[in-house]
Design a protein around this ligand. Structure first.
Ligand code: GYE
Length: 336
């Protein structure tokens, strides 16, 4: 596939040169999906054009991920990046991908909002000979030829690790857990739930009494937690699928006159700065990291493919875990 891509790119450059006069609205950086200079650009060199369809800006993790991608796929580094923000809506993402196909970009990368419903648009990319790279989140498809590789964390493992912590450290006596799920239908929400349940199922002390989506945002995490606090006066632990929802839950806990970290323990996944600070302050009790800095690896993958090389079908990024002491030690050098 890679060598086909290379030829296609040379051909696209010719076509793009013809249409350049009609599409002078460049800017690889904004929300625009408009064409930009790239390998067609007068004297701009042989840039690799990449259309990136981002989920949105729902969390600190996502912001760090976007920055990492924009910082890695720069013109100096040989890329012409077209970036779009789907505002957590699958239809927006499909529209952005279609626009990248229409523009004849060299590569498409995206982080799917939800797991299912991608086959049609991925078929279109395949027909157009544009390789697709999944970053961060997986798609649910029977046809693995629809994408070249999937780079990102193992979300089931993240859920397992946080579940193991809860079971072994907090579940030595009976505890009632409420779960704040990520975006319904998204890979991290599905997998983090599965992993947690798997790691806690053999401990009868751990009871999950309620589970609801907070859509990975601080605001919805807070609202859902307010409802939980009213419905269940005896919550011991909040398991939030990301830091932001956990931080929203902390606001709700404090507003209800309880002390997070003491009356109610909060455990989360991500490890962004605000989460790590709350952990250092004792408001969050444990964090399993999810590394958002996927930009440099994405750049390497594309360069490898562009030079005719091959990459693994699944590239798993490494995640750490933090208690209060580890968070205090890590915070000064934390990049995001
Ligand atoms: O954990 C959350 C974000 O897909 C891993 O999406 C990502 C998740 C991340 O909104 O904060």
């Amino acid at each position: 596939m890679a060598s086909t891509t290379f030829h296609k790119r040379a051909i696209t450059a010719g076509i793009a040169a013809l249409v350049l006069g009609l599409s002078a609205c460049a800017g690889g950086d904004g929300d625009s999906t408009g064409d930009s200079t790239g390998d067609s650009g007068g004297g701009g060199g042989d840039l690799i054009s990449v259309g990136f369809a981002q989920v949105g800006a729902e969390s600190g993790w996502r912001t760090a991920n976007t920055t990492s991608i924009k910082d890695a796929l720069t013109q100096e580094n040989g890329f012409d990046l077209k970036f779009s923000d789907a505002q957590q809506k699958q239809e927006n993402q499909i529209q952005a991908i279609r626009s990248y196909i229409a523009q004849g970009v060299d590569y498409i990368a995206f982080s799917p909002v939800v797991e299912s419903g991608w086959d049609a648009v991925l078929e279109e990319a395949k027909t157009a000979n544009i390789p697709v790279i999944l970053t961060d989140r997986a798609v649910d498809t029977e046809d693995e030829s629809l994408y070249v590789t999937f780079i990102g964390s193992d979300f089931v493992e993240e859920g397992r690790r946080i579940g193991a912590y809860v079971s072994e450290t907090l579940g030595t006596e009976p505890i009632k857990v409420v779960e704040l799920q990520g975006t319904t239908g998204s890979a991290p929400a599905i997998d983090r739930k599965t992993g947690f349940e798997d790691a806690t199922k053999d401990n009868p002390n751990v009871e999950i009494i309620a589970s609801q989506t907070g859509n990975f945002t601080r605001a919805e995490g807070k609202t859902v937690m307010e409802g939980f606090l009213q419905a269940y006066p005896d919550i011991d632990v909040v398991y939030a699928h990301n830091d932001d929802m956990g931080l929203g839950a902390i606001e709700a806990i404090e507003a209800a006159g309880k002390v997070p970290g003491q009356d109610i323990k909060v455990v989360t996944i991500d490890g962004v700065k605000d989460g790590m600070q709350a952990l250092a302050d004792g408001k969050i009790t444990y964090i399993v990291e999810c590394n958002p800095l996927l930009g440099p690896d994405l750049a390497d993958i594309i360069k490898t493919l562009d030079e005719g090389g091959t990459v693994e079908k699944r590239i798993v990024t490494k995640d750490e875990e933090f208690d209060q002491e580890a968070a205090i030690a890590a915070l000064p050098d934390r990049q995001y």
